[in-house]
Design a protein around this ligand. Sequence first.
Ligand SMILES: Cc1cc2nc3c(=O)[nH]c(=O)nc-3n(C[C@H](O)[C@H](O)[C@H](O)COP(=O)(O)O)c2cc1C
Length: 217
Amino acid sequence: MDLLKVIKERKSIRAFKPDPIPKEKIEEILRLTIHAPSAINLQPWEFVVVTGEEKERLGRRLIKAYKEKQISCSPGNVKPLPKTYGKRGAKTLELMKPFFEEMGVNIDQYINEGSCNFYGAPVAILICLDDSFPKARMVDVGIALGYFVLAAHEFGLWTCPIGLIIAYEDEIKDLLNIPENKNVVIGVALGYPDSNIPINRFKSQRDNLEKFIRWIE
Ligand SMILES: Cc1cc2nc3c(=O)[nH]c(=O)nc-3n(C[C@H](O)[C@H](O)[C@H](O)COP(=O)(O)O)c2cc1C
């Protein structure tokens, strides 16, 4: 596939088939992912790949933690958001609504519990960062995430980045024996989409480029 097609076609999937993904395929995607640039070529990312019964266990543990703590999907803003951003988030949820109505599910419950279970994907990947790095190295992890979702798509696999689970970092680290000095920055679900599930027909929109750009000439 050409890069333009991959960029335009990729989207987040919120219902996966349980079909397992061969280890070699996951490695191939990660091998492409680590072509990502990083400051001073430090390559600070670490990938914890969770599959099989361990992934199911992780999902169960996170759903339990969510039910106990009720920390929902939220961007964790440190100040009230300027209106533009709030509107974008609200619009996205509004556009998703008919698909959830068709499914007869509660949108909050589906997204929160679905995120905790990586939407049923057979593979959950956690990208970690050593805690000796400054916050700025999160940029490198973000770039790697971008490479990962595009590389996966090239291989016919679909993804959903999962940030919600970071609220339950302690539980994740405990279950997966992730050392204390590693921060779990982001999770990603990887697998084949279940095309019978309406929410997978949803494609998010983008504002016009003019909204994001200021030329200084
Ligand atoms: C850092 C990050 C965290 C995210 N966390 C979640 C999440 O916890 N649950 C979820 O359903 N989607 C999550 N998403 C997916 C976004 O909602 C999605 O990327 C956005 O709505 C744009 O849609 P698209 O990926 O289909 O283009 C996350 C995306 C990013 C980049």
